[in-house]
Design a binder for this molecule. Structure first.
Ligand code: KIV
Length: 284
Protein backbone atom coordinates (compact mmCIF):
# COMPACT_ATOMS: atom_id res chain seq x y z
CA UNK A 1 0.00 0.00 0.00
CA UNK A 2 1.45 3.37 -0.93
CA UNK A 3 1.75 6.06 1.73
CA UNK A 4 -0.78 8.88 1.44
CA UNK A 5 0.67 11.99 -0.20
CA UNK A 6 1.06 14.62 2.49
CA UNK A 7 0.40 18.17 1.37
CA UNK A 8 1.44 21.01 3.57
CA UNK A 9 0.22 24.55 3.36
CA UNK A 10 2.54 27.38 2.43
CA UNK A 11 3.37 29.57 5.41
CA UNK A 12 3.78 33.31 5.82
CA UNK A 13 7.60 32.99 6.24
CA UNK A 14 7.74 30.97 2.98
CA UNK A 15 5.82 33.69 1.16
CA UNK A 16 8.15 36.29 2.71
CA UNK A 17 11.15 34.34 1.38
CA UNK A 18 9.81 34.60 -2.19
CA UNK A 19 10.89 38.25 -2.49
CA UNK A 20 13.39 37.52 -5.24
CA UNK A 21 11.77 34.33 -6.52
CA UNK A 22 9.02 33.46 -8.98
CA UNK A 23 6.01 35.82 -9.06
CA UNK A 24 3.46 35.15 -6.32
CA UNK A 25 0.09 34.06 -7.68
CA UNK A 26 -2.83 35.14 -5.51
CA UNK A 27 -6.62 35.24 -5.87
CA UNK A 28 -9.54 35.85 -3.57
CA UNK A 29 -12.05 33.19 -2.63
CA UNK A 30 -14.93 33.16 -0.18
CA UNK A 31 -16.34 29.65 -0.67
CA UNK A 32 -15.19 26.03 -0.27
CA UNK A 33 -15.86 25.10 -3.91
CA UNK A 34 -13.98 28.01 -5.48
CA UNK A 35 -11.20 27.63 -2.90
CA UNK A 36 -10.68 24.03 -4.08
CA UNK A 37 -10.05 25.28 -7.63
CA UNK A 38 -7.97 28.32 -6.68
CA UNK A 39 -5.85 26.21 -4.33
CA UNK A 40 -4.49 24.16 -7.25
CA UNK A 41 -2.87 27.17 -8.89
CA UNK A 42 -2.27 29.86 -6.29
CA UNK A 43 0.29 30.49 -3.56
CA UNK A 44 -2.06 32.67 -1.52
CA UNK A 45 -5.86 32.67 -1.19
CA UNK A 46 -7.19 35.89 0.25
CA UNK A 47 -10.57 35.81 1.96
CA UNK A 48 -11.03 39.46 1.10
CA UNK A 49 -13.54 41.80 2.68
CA UNK A 50 -14.55 42.47 -0.93
CA UNK A 51 -17.01 39.68 -0.08
CA UNK A 52 -19.20 42.50 1.25
CA UNK A 53 -19.70 43.72 -2.31
CA UNK A 54 -19.36 40.43 -4.20
CA UNK A 55 -21.43 38.14 -1.97
CA UNK A 56 -23.69 40.55 -0.16
CA UNK A 57 -24.25 43.37 -2.64
CA UNK A 58 -23.02 46.20 -0.38
CA UNK A 59 -21.66 49.35 -2.06
CA UNK A 60 -18.47 49.29 0.04
CA UNK A 61 -16.54 47.00 2.39
CA UNK A 62 -17.42 49.12 5.43
CA UNK A 63 -20.44 47.04 6.61
CA UNK A 64 -18.47 43.76 6.70
CA UNK A 65 -18.20 42.19 10.18
CA UNK A 66 -15.68 39.93 11.88
CA UNK A 67 -18.27 37.12 12.02
CA UNK A 68 -18.76 37.31 8.24
CA UNK A 69 -15.00 37.04 7.69
CA UNK A 70 -14.69 34.10 10.08
CA UNK A 71 -17.55 32.19 8.45
CA UNK A 72 -16.11 32.54 4.94
CA UNK A 73 -12.54 32.00 6.20
CA UNK A 74 -13.66 28.63 7.59
CA UNK A 75 -15.28 27.71 4.26
CA UNK A 76 -12.08 28.52 2.35
CA UNK A 77 -9.95 26.55 4.82
CA UNK A 78 -12.22 23.53 4.34
CA UNK A 79 -11.96 23.80 0.56
CA UNK A 80 -8.20 24.31 0.27
CA UNK A 81 -5.14 22.38 1.36
CA UNK A 82 -1.89 23.89 0.00
CA UNK A 83 -2.14 27.65 -0.38
CA UNK A 84 -1.59 30.11 2.43
CA UNK A 85 -5.04 31.38 3.42
CA UNK A 86 -5.07 35.03 4.49
CA UNK A 87 -8.22 36.50 6.05
CA UNK A 88 -8.94 40.24 5.77
CA UNK A 89 -9.61 42.12 9.00
CA UNK A 90 -12.83 44.09 8.43
CA UNK A 91 -13.31 47.80 9.10
CA UNK A 92 -13.76 48.52 12.81
CA UNK A 93 -12.17 45.30 14.06
CA UNK A 94 -8.57 46.51 14.49
CA UNK A 95 -8.11 50.30 14.23
CA UNK A 96 -9.13 51.35 17.74
CA UNK A 97 -6.09 49.97 19.61
CA UNK A 98 -3.33 47.36 19.41
CA UNK A 99 -5.24 45.34 21.99
CA UNK A 100 -8.46 45.42 19.97
CA UNK A 101 -6.47 44.35 16.89
CA UNK A 102 -4.86 41.44 18.75
CA UNK A 103 -8.19 40.21 20.16
CA UNK A 104 -9.82 40.31 16.69
CA UNK A 105 -6.85 38.66 14.94
CA UNK A 106 -6.64 35.95 17.60
CA UNK A 107 -10.31 35.13 16.98
CA UNK A 108 -9.68 34.87 13.24
CA UNK A 109 -6.62 32.63 13.62
CA UNK A 110 -8.23 30.38 16.26
CA UNK A 111 -11.68 30.09 14.70
CA UNK A 112 -10.67 29.65 11.04
CA UNK A 113 -7.25 28.00 11.28
CA UNK A 114 -5.97 30.39 8.56
CA UNK A 115 -2.27 31.21 8.31
CA UNK A 116 -2.29 35.02 8.33
CA UNK A 117 -4.41 38.17 8.37
CA UNK A 118 -4.42 41.28 6.21
CA UNK A 119 -5.15 44.79 7.37
CA UNK A 120 -5.29 48.16 5.63
CA UNK A 121 -3.20 51.21 6.46
CA UNK A 122 0.42 52.34 6.41
CA UNK A 123 2.19 54.50 9.01
CA UNK A 124 -0.94 54.75 11.17
CA UNK A 125 -0.99 50.93 11.55
CA UNK A 126 2.75 50.32 11.92
CA UNK A 127 2.74 50.14 15.73
CA UNK A 128 -0.20 47.75 15.67
CA UNK A 129 1.45 45.54 13.04
CA UNK A 130 4.63 45.30 15.16
CA UNK A 131 2.51 44.45 18.24
CA UNK A 132 0.67 41.70 16.36
CA UNK A 133 3.76 40.17 14.76
CA UNK A 134 5.60 40.10 18.12
CA UNK A 135 2.63 38.13 19.49
CA UNK A 136 2.48 35.51 16.75
CA UNK A 137 0.10 37.03 14.22
CA UNK A 138 1.48 37.02 10.64
CA UNK A 139 0.33 40.24 8.98
CA UNK A 140 -0.02 41.16 5.31
CA UNK A 141 -0.19 44.94 4.84
CA UNK A 142 -2.29 46.88 2.32
CA UNK A 143 -1.40 50.38 1.07
CA UNK A 144 -2.21 52.63 -1.87
CA UNK A 145 -5.96 52.65 -2.32
CA UNK A 146 -7.43 51.39 0.94
CA UNK A 147 -11.14 50.76 0.25
CA UNK A 148 -12.14 50.68 3.93
CA UNK A 149 -11.33 54.43 4.03
CA UNK A 150 -13.83 55.21 1.25
CA UNK A 151 -15.76 57.61 3.48
CA UNK A 152 -12.69 59.81 4.01
CA UNK A 153 -11.21 59.26 0.53
CA UNK A 154 -14.49 60.07 -1.24
CA UNK A 155 -13.84 57.77 -4.21
CA UNK A 156 -12.04 54.61 -5.32
CA UNK A 157 -9.64 56.65 -7.49
CA UNK A 158 -6.11 55.36 -8.27
CA UNK A 159 -3.35 56.86 -6.10
CA UNK A 160 0.09 58.30 -6.84
CA UNK A 161 -0.48 59.40 -10.42
CA UNK A 162 1.45 62.62 -9.73
CA UNK A 163 4.97 62.19 -8.43
CA UNK A 164 4.23 64.77 -5.73
CA UNK A 165 1.80 62.23 -4.19
CA UNK A 166 4.39 59.46 -3.92
CA UNK A 167 6.20 60.25 -0.62
CA UNK A 168 3.33 59.46 1.79
CA UNK A 169 2.50 56.21 -0.03
CA UNK A 170 6.16 55.18 -0.10
CA UNK A 171 6.43 56.04 3.60
CA UNK A 172 3.35 53.91 4.31
CA UNK A 173 4.84 50.92 2.47
CA UNK A 174 8.19 51.23 4.28
CA UNK A 175 6.48 51.58 7.66
CA UNK A 176 4.46 48.39 7.11
CA UNK A 177 7.55 46.45 5.96
CA UNK A 178 9.69 47.77 8.85
CA UNK A 179 6.94 46.83 11.33
CA UNK A 180 7.34 43.17 10.37
CA UNK A 181 4.60 42.44 7.83
CA UNK A 182 5.48 39.41 5.67
CA UNK A 183 4.00 40.81 2.45
CA UNK A 184 2.30 43.93 1.19
CA UNK A 185 -0.71 44.43 -1.06
CA UNK A 186 -0.44 47.60 -3.16
CA UNK A 187 -3.79 48.61 -4.64
CA UNK A 188 -4.51 50.96 -7.55
CA UNK A 189 -1.37 53.05 -7.80
CA UNK A 190 0.52 54.31 -10.84
CA UNK A 191 2.72 51.58 -12.35
CA UNK A 192 6.06 53.38 -11.67
CA UNK A 193 5.11 53.86 -8.02
CA UNK A 194 4.30 50.14 -7.65
CA UNK A 195 7.73 49.37 -9.10
CA UNK A 196 9.50 51.92 -6.88
CA UNK A 197 7.88 50.54 -3.72
CA UNK A 198 8.75 46.98 -4.76
CA UNK A 199 12.41 47.99 -5.09
CA UNK A 200 12.37 49.90 -1.80
CA UNK A 201 10.93 47.25 0.54
CA UNK A 202 12.42 43.91 1.59
CA UNK A 203 9.09 42.04 1.61
CA UNK A 204 7.14 40.79 -1.43
CA UNK A 205 4.67 43.24 -2.91
CA UNK A 206 1.41 41.90 -4.31
CA UNK A 207 -0.15 44.25 -6.81
CA UNK A 208 -3.78 44.80 -7.65
CA UNK A 209 -3.76 47.59 -10.18
CA UNK A 210 -0.16 48.43 -9.26
CA UNK A 211 1.53 47.27 -12.46
CA UNK A 212 3.90 44.54 -13.57
CA UNK A 213 6.77 45.62 -11.32
CA UNK A 214 5.30 43.99 -8.22
CA UNK A 215 6.53 40.65 -6.82
CA UNK A 216 3.10 39.07 -7.29
CA UNK A 217 -0.44 39.79 -8.42
CA UNK A 218 -3.89 39.40 -6.96
CA UNK A 219 -7.39 39.82 -8.40
CA UNK A 220 -10.87 39.32 -7.05
CA UNK A 221 -11.94 35.94 -8.46
CA UNK A 222 -15.44 37.00 -9.52
CA UNK A 223 -14.00 40.06 -11.32
CA UNK A 224 -11.60 38.00 -13.43
CA UNK A 225 -14.27 35.39 -14.15
CA UNK A 226 -16.59 38.02 -15.60
CA UNK A 227 -19.19 37.70 -12.86
CA UNK A 228 -18.98 41.22 -11.45
CA UNK A 229 -21.19 43.79 -13.17
CA UNK A 230 -18.66 46.66 -12.85
CA UNK A 231 -14.90 46.22 -12.55
CA UNK A 232 -11.99 48.65 -12.17
CA UNK A 233 -9.65 49.30 -15.12
CA UNK A 234 -6.94 47.04 -13.65
CA UNK A 235 -9.07 43.89 -13.94
CA UNK A 236 -8.43 41.57 -16.85
CA UNK A 237 -11.36 39.26 -17.51
CA UNK A 238 -10.01 35.74 -17.97
CA UNK A 239 -13.49 34.31 -18.32
CA UNK A 240 -17.02 35.37 -19.09
CA UNK A 241 -19.05 33.08 -16.85
CA UNK A 242 -22.09 35.35 -16.54
CA UNK A 243 -23.70 34.36 -19.88
CA UNK A 244 -22.92 30.64 -19.26
CA UNK A 245 -24.57 30.74 -15.85
CA UNK A 246 -27.56 32.64 -17.23
CA UNK A 247 -27.96 30.15 -20.10
CA UNK A 248 -27.93 27.25 -17.62
CA UNK A 249 -30.49 28.91 -15.33
CA UNK A 250 -32.72 29.75 -18.26
CA UNK A 251 -32.57 26.14 -19.58
CA UNK A 252 -33.42 24.82 -16.11
CA UNK A 253 -36.37 27.20 -15.72
CA UNK A 254 -37.71 26.20 -19.13
CA UNK A 255 -37.39 22.45 -18.40
CA UNK A 256 -39.07 22.73 -15.01
CA UNK A 257 -41.95 24.64 -16.59
CA UNK A 258 -42.30 22.13 -19.43
CA UNK A 259 -41.85 19.18 -17.00
CA UNK A 260 -38.81 17.95 -18.98
CA UNK A 261 -36.84 18.07 -15.71
CA UNK A 262 -36.46 15.88 -13.75
CA UNK A 263 -36.23 13.02 -16.27
CA UNK A 264 -36.03 9.33 -15.43
CA UNK A 265 -32.18 9.61 -15.03
CA UNK A 266 -32.66 12.00 -12.14
CA UNK A 267 -35.38 9.98 -10.40
CA UNK A 268 -34.93 7.25 -7.75
CA UNK A 269 -36.50 3.91 -8.68
CA UNK A 270 -37.50 1.20 -6.18
CA UNK A 271 -34.83 -1.48 -5.43
CA UNK A 272 -37.49 -4.15 -4.98
CA UNK A 273 -41.23 -3.74 -5.41
CA UNK A 274 -42.73 -3.00 -1.99
CA UNK A 275 -44.96 -5.94 -0.95
CA UNK A 276 -48.63 -5.18 -0.86
CA UNK A 277 -48.19 -1.77 -2.49
CA UNK A 278 -49.99 -0.77 -5.62
CA UNK A 279 -47.64 -0.84 -8.63
CA UNK A 280 -46.25 2.53 -9.62
CA UNK A 281 -46.57 4.11 -6.15
CA UNK A 282 -43.33 5.81 -5.03
CA UNK A 283 -42.01 5.25 -1.51
CA UNK A 284 -40.47 8.23 0.28
O1 KIV B 1 -10.85 42.49 -0.18
C1 KIV B 1 -10.15 42.20 -1.15
O2 KIV B 1 -10.53 41.46 -2.05
C2 KIV B 1 -8.82 42.81 -1.22
C3 KIV B 1 -8.11 42.72 -2.52
C4 KIV B 1 -8.65 43.80 -3.37
C5 KIV B 1 -6.65 42.79 -2.36
O3 KIV B 1 -8.37 43.37 -0.28
Amino acid sequence: MSAPVQTRRLTAPEIRARKHGDPLVCLTSYHAHTARLVDRYCDVILVGDSLGMVMHGYETTVPVTLDMMILQGLAVMRGSKSALVVVDMPFGSYEQSKEQAFASCARVLKETGCGAVKLEGGRRMAETIAFLVERGVPVMGHVGLTPQSINTLGSFRAQGRDEADWPPIEADAKAVADAGAFALVIEAVAEPLGRAITQAVAIPTIGIGAGAGCDGQILVLEDMLGLSPRVPKFVKRYGDLGPHIEAAISAYAQEVRSRAFPGSEQAYGMRTPAPGRAKGRVER
